[in-house]
Design a protein around this ligand. Sequence first.
Ligand SMILES: [Zn+2]
Length: 392
Amino acid sequence: MFAIKRELKLNNFERSLMGGIAGFKRFVYNYGLDLITASWGFEDILFGDSKRIDAIKKIFTQVTMKKPEYKWMKKYPSTVYQSAFIDLKNAFNRWRKGLAEFPKKKSKKKGDSFTVYKTSGIYPSKGKPALPFTNRVVIDAGKSIKLPGLKTFRLKERIDFICSSQTFTISRTADRWFVSFVIDVQKIPPIYHPIEKVGVDLGVKCLATVSDGTCYAMPTTTKTAKTKLSKLQWRNRHKILGNKKLGIKASQKARKYYIKLARNYAKLSNIRRDTIQKMTTDLSRRAYCIRIEDLNVCGMIGNHKLARAVSDNCFYEVRRQLIYKQGHYGTKVEIVDRWFPSSKMCSVCGHIQAMKLSDRVFRCQKCDRTLDRDENASINLENAPDKLVRSA
Ligand SMILES: [Zn+2]
């Protein structure tokens, strides 16, 4: 399984359509949540959550939706409310298992999302096999996508190949809308890798240093964006932000500030995510075997000076992305034991010497070679002995 996520390029009409559908989904979810909590007051109902939700769905479609004041619901795809009830079931399931808090009501503030899927139009008759792929949407390569039950939308970034999927989730972060869907990996042709093996040093100075000499840097815009964000928060430190429990309403300016803040946060995390996405994709396209260090991130976060750099450079995220891209790009990710002295060893003669964190250059005391610290480490990772390497 492999997920694709793209930003939608919407005009004002499409934007309000998406907002409307998301509002519909929110309405249905909260409606279901209200009714199920209310149903607990009746001790003679012995059904579990799932059956209760099914009964609520029946009330919704047969009574509520038929009321004239809810006529507007008819213009949205039925899969939206169907999936809202599925979401509710899952939320209750997770809560019962102790994996999540009690389901909360959806609010506009926290971002929106809804799901549409293709319902198979042709039902197989008795005794005949079901037609394959009748419930899948074929997605053409290019910069647009047809969503089931809705029209075709433009994308900001193209999809590289023909693929198919059944379920599409549309979500909003701040004021940007995204579509994501899962595709079958088997349908993607294998990719030829020009490089057999690389070592990758995930670093503080540079996001990633690769043993073939390339280096991926985190853009300096993150620094600017972060300064902007903290300035914004400081300047608005006295704003009355509203509190529902205490009955304090947020001021008009506070509301504007909320929007601005959310947009800034989203911008920052978008830059980071984009950079890491691009870097891991590029690397997975170029090299077959990718060796990375098994970082003791917990230990490093305890070290205060490194803490910010570590979380900024998102070690975990890089590793996670490289691993899940294995299936898609046919790569092999290998983890090098954390006790392997990749940054303390000379990549030329194997001499091991103490290195301070502040030492940016490795100067070998034995053979006098000088190399960039991260570059030296990445070469060592590439050549790490097999007994200290495990596959991810
Ligand atoms: Zn040496």
